[in-house]
Design a protein around this ligand. Structure first.
Ligand code: ATP
Length: 303
């Protein structure tokens, strides 16, 4: 089944001064997905998101959001997008309540009951001025402002930074409950938080998409393999390039298989290592997927 992409980027470049922050970025966020955009510091996540929100245009290539070129996003399209970023500019002189009063009329789909429940859940004091709130509380304000109109698309750039663990957990639960038809693009280093929630993952490296696929495919093909041998293990001279982080310790040979196939693995291992006592292949948590890919990208070992 092919689903329409709600966000698409085709060979997008973005240069700042002499530096290319995006270098031929391709991206496709399927409608209805919760897409985790991950990558090391400086990989280009925030640049991608700002470009999608038309805070600046591409130097080359083009991106579309809901089928509209990002350079031509109209207020009507923007009214269907919720955008929350770590460094969101908010009107510091207004109180939380006054700011919500100001925003409501811009959004025909604003749900007052949802606003109230979010404000209660995040314990935001309506009367306090936004400028006097802590960093984490300001992120909560941004979240409470972005959700009540039930945006068709929610773009969250590091939404958890500065939020305490209870708020993160409750926010994610709330998001799951309220999200309904919403498509989400979330950039975060908090991989534990987004792991169970994401349906798709895109791994950015140095301004390029190194990998983009459904989470279920990723956990099927990327496995941490531990092989117990009948004899002391050693790392073979020619390890297949799709086996990353090969190590030997005692009788155990371990690696991350990036093309896991249960049917073929046993035979390949026996051919390479001799008699095998036991093979254990576990799916990797997203955090380990990240560190494995980041290390491979850094060492030029991406299969
Ligand atoms: P992090 O995880 O650290 O937030 P990121 O993946 O969001 O990183 P970006 O903020 O998109 O990374 O930055 C990508 C690259 O582009 C970095 O090298 C950064 O220094 C550069 N960059 C981003 N914005 C600008 C700007 N306005 N002027 C100059 N360089 C910029």
């Amino acid at each position: 089944m092919t689903t329409a992409a709600l966000i698409r980027a085709d060979n997008v470049w973005r240069r700042f001064g002499g530096h290319d922050a995006l270098r031929g970025l391709n991206l496709a966020v399927p409608e209805g997905s919760a897409y985790a955009l991950i990558g090391a510091n400086g990989a280009g996540k925030t640049t991608t998101i700002k470009l999608l929100m038309n805070l600046f245009g591409p130097s080359r290539g083009a991106a579309t959001v809901m089928g509209v070129d990002t350079r031509r996003l109209s207020p009507e399209v923007l009214a269907q997008i919720g955008y929350v970023s770590e460094n969101q500019v908010l009107p510091g002189r207004l109180s939380v309540g006054d700011y919500l009063d100001y925003l409501r009329p811009f959004y025909p789909t604003w749900d007052r009951a949802l606003e109230t429940s979010l404000r209660r859940r995040l314990q935001l004091p309506a009367k306090r001025r936004i400028g006097e709130l802590s960093h984490g509380m300001r992120i909560k304000v941004a979240l409470v402002c972005a959700l009540p109109y039930r945006p068709k698309l929610l773009i969250l750039d590091e939404p958890f930074s500065g939020l305490d663990p209870l708020v993160r957990e409750e926010f994610m639960e709330g998001l799951l409950l309220e999200s309904g038809e919403t498509t989400m693009l979330i950039s975060s280093h908090e991989l534990g938080e987004i792991e169970n929630f994401s349906t798709h993952v895109g791994f950015l490296d140095n301004g390029r998409m190194l990998l983009e696929e459904p989470m279920s495919d990723l956990s099927d093909r990327l496995r941490e393999v531990r092989v117990t041998l009948e004899h002391p293990a050693a790392v073979p001279e020619h390890v297949p390039k799709e086996w990353l982080q090969a190590r030997a310790f005692g009788n155990v040979f371990s690696f991350v298989d990036t093309r896991y196939s249960e049917a073929e693995l046993g035979e390949r291992l026996r051919a390479l290592l001799g008699p095998v006592r036991h093979i254990d292949a576990q799916a990797l948590p997203l955090r380990a997927v990240f560190t494995t890919l980041a290390r491979a990208a850094r060492d030029g070992a991406m299969p």
